[in-house]
Design a protein around this ligand. Sequence first.
Ligand SMILES: [Zn+2]
Length: 278
Amino acid sequence: MIANTSDILFEASSAGYAVGAFNVYNMEGALAVIEASEDANIPAIIQLHPGSLEKGGDVLINLCLSAAQSASTNVSVHLDHCDDPTSIDRALYLGMNSIMADGSSMRYLDNINFTKNIANQIHNVGGFVEAELGRLSGTEDGLTIPEYQAKLTDPLQAVEFVRDTGIDALAVCIGNVHGKYAREPVLDFERLETINRNLNVPLVIHGGSGLPEWMVNRCIQLGVRKFNVNTEIRTAYLETVQALTTSSSVELTSLISESIRAMRDVIYLKIKQFAYVR
Ligand SMILES: [Zn+2]
């Protein structure tokens, strides 16, 4: 059933586990999240990137909301990395009330004002708002952020930012990156520990693809309640489509079912890994 992201994360915080937020681009992706969540009997978050919304628009939002409604588990639908108030208005209008207001490319005070306004708007409809402090490096759907701009989350500034904006969850930058890790990830756990000690909101890690299990565990012990996963699901999808389409006799229906299965398998493992209570 469709759920509020705040409720899903509150439950995870109470029990000491984390929830996966999985970026999807189409019906197959949405169905893969539902299937994995139902098979694991654990809540999940369907996540849409503005890049996919540009292509799928209202139809994609409605499709994801409808998929969440059909689930036997608690599933919410979340808009990832959005800095465009018009898209946020549209998402809220269609009934999607879980949004990441991404002002991380703005100057600090502009980021606070932008995020606070969006948070008020979303809270007026009982929704959930995530924001990011610091800046991730890497590439996600055409958003290339040069390494030199990457900054880690400042623990003291994080306290001020959460207080001044009223957000429900904070995405932290502790060495995590979008896309593929070029080498073994190096996460600043000391920084994460300080941030967690100073804040009472759930923490979010973007770039959850390719993090070794012990790092995932450590993050959860230090207050991370939501992991965003994109790259590994996308890879599973693309590899399946590529493998099947080398044959000229491929049935479109098998393409649908096989790509759902491939993404479901990746998502299922992530859900189980994140939800393992430490
Ligand atoms: Zn992200």
